[in-house]
Structure formats: C-alpha cells, structure tokens
Ligand binder design. Structure first.
Ligand SMILES: [Zn+2]
Length: 256
C-alpha cells in the first residue's frame, strides 16, 4: 500500500506518528511525506547550534530540511516533498503578524498542491492533522482543512482516490500531563480508530527525533523531551478523519 503523510513542519512527523510510519515502512509499504513548510521560524533549542549561523528564514529552513531528510532515512520513508510555503511561526500572535506565513495562504491553492501530490503518489491512505492541529499550531489547523478538502476532492479527480484519512491524536489522559488543555487537544479512548504499540520502534523514533537536533536538542536532554511528550515512545493513537465508502477492511489488513 502507498501511504502519504501530510504535515506542516520538519519534526511533526517524528513527534506525532514516527513509530507508525516506521512500522508501515518496515512492513514494505511505500511511505511518502509532504511537508508544507521548512520550519523557517522554528526556535533553535540545541546549545551547540548557533542561531546566528541559521537566521530565521531560508537559512533556518535549509537546516531543518536537512534534518527532515535525515529523519526520513531513519524512518524508512521516501525523501520528503515540500509545498514551499513559509512557516507562520508560533504561538498564534506571532503567526497572525506574519502575512507571508502558511496560515494566511489561500486554502484552495493549498488543496490544489496537495491534489497534485496525491495524483502523482496515488496513496490509499492519507495521514494528516486533526481539527485541533495536535496542539493548536495555526499552520497545523490550516493544513488540516486543506488535507480534508483534498481528500474529498480527490474523489472527483482520480479513479483511485485515497480511501482513508487518519489523524494522529493523543489521549486526553496523556494531554492532561502536559501544559495543553486535555479537553481541547485530547480525545477519549472510545474515539480512537487505531492504537499502535510503538515500543518495538522506540529506538527508531528516538533516532528520528534526535535527527531534528535544532528542535529536540542533544541526546543528554532527551529525558526532558520525554517528560514534555508523555507516552512518546510507547503508543501512537489515531482517529478516523475520513473513509470513502463503508468498508474498513484495508485498515484491518495493515495489522497495526
Ligand atoms: Zn508543526
């Protein structure tokens, strides 16, 4: 099966569903990744990477593109594809004040670019952002809307449009251990379509995250990352964002 993950910034794939992507790739599925931006506004959190050498904008984007390419190799994904939008920045006040940012770009134009990728890759399964953008990043929410739009519009354009759309999410009880609002950013266990035990892929997830050195920091700080993202190396959860037709046999056949 061909699978297409659609995320907004380098490192989204590794934080939100790296274990599942690695598992799918290890099972022989072709896993592609489209990244809307190169994360040009991301803060540098590694003490040995000098932010002055990679100022926000294209230079930081090039640094983060290289990190994403390394993470994709670790996870067994195809080299990442980019939509060439610009990171809006975070939090929301920063994003709102950046008119060049992805969140301000025309939704139907983003959908069209996604449809071009979908037409070339012909995935059976899409993986993308949930309506809350995992933790509320404006770029994630914008890309959720475009992904959902493209998923349905693909039915008008292609003889074999994607059949399934999955959103990685966190259980409310996990979000409750973080600074984020569990009622908004978490889901109940009964809402889940898939729970993937990613413990066998813990070393791979960890390596992919550390490949995003500018965002995750050095290995000696990884314990803090795990504290900020409880359950990161244990389980990945998904809700069903869309299904074409009524039968979900293909999802069961993935043996996740
Ligand atoms: Zn992101």
């Amino acid at each position: 099966m061909r699978i297409l993950a659609i995320f907004a910034h380098p490192d989204d794939e590794s934080f939100f569903c790296a274990g599942t992507l690695a598992k799918l790739a290890s099972q022989g599925h072709e896993v592609y990744l489209v990244c809307a931006t190169r994360g040009e506004q991301g803060e540098i959190r590694h003490p040995r990477i000098d932010p002055a050498l990679y100022p926000k904008g294209p230079a930081r984007g090039r640094l983060r593109q290289a990190e994403l390419e390394a993470a994709c190799r670790i996870l067994g994904l195809r080299p990442p594809l980019f939509l060439d939008y610009q990171d809006s920045g975070y939090p929301l006040e920063v994003a709102r004040a950046n008119p060049q940012g992805f969140m301000h770009q025309e939704l139907h134009q983003v959908e069209n670019l996604l449809l071009t990728q979908i037409a070339q890759i012909r995935p059976r399964l899409l993986i993308g952002f949930d309506p809350q953008g995992y933790y509320g990043h404006a770029d994630h929410i914008h890309l959720h809307r475009a992904t959902l739009g493209a998923f349905w519009r693909a039915g008008n354009r292609l003889p074999d449009p994607p059949a399934y759309l999955l959103f990685p999410v966190r259980l409310a009880e996990q979000v409750a251990k973080t600074r984020f609002d569990p009622e908004r950013f978490g889901v109940s266990a009964g809402s889940l379509a898939l729970r993937v035990d990613v413990r066998p892929y813990a070393a791979t997830i960890r390596a992919a995250l550390l490949a995003h050195a500018s965002q995750v920091g050095p290995e000696e700080h990884f314990a803090q990352v795990l504290q900020d993202w409880p359950g990161l190396l244990e389980e990945e959860c998904f809700v069903l964002g869309g299904v074409r037709g009524l039968v979900a046999e293909d999802l069961r056949a993935l043996q996740l």
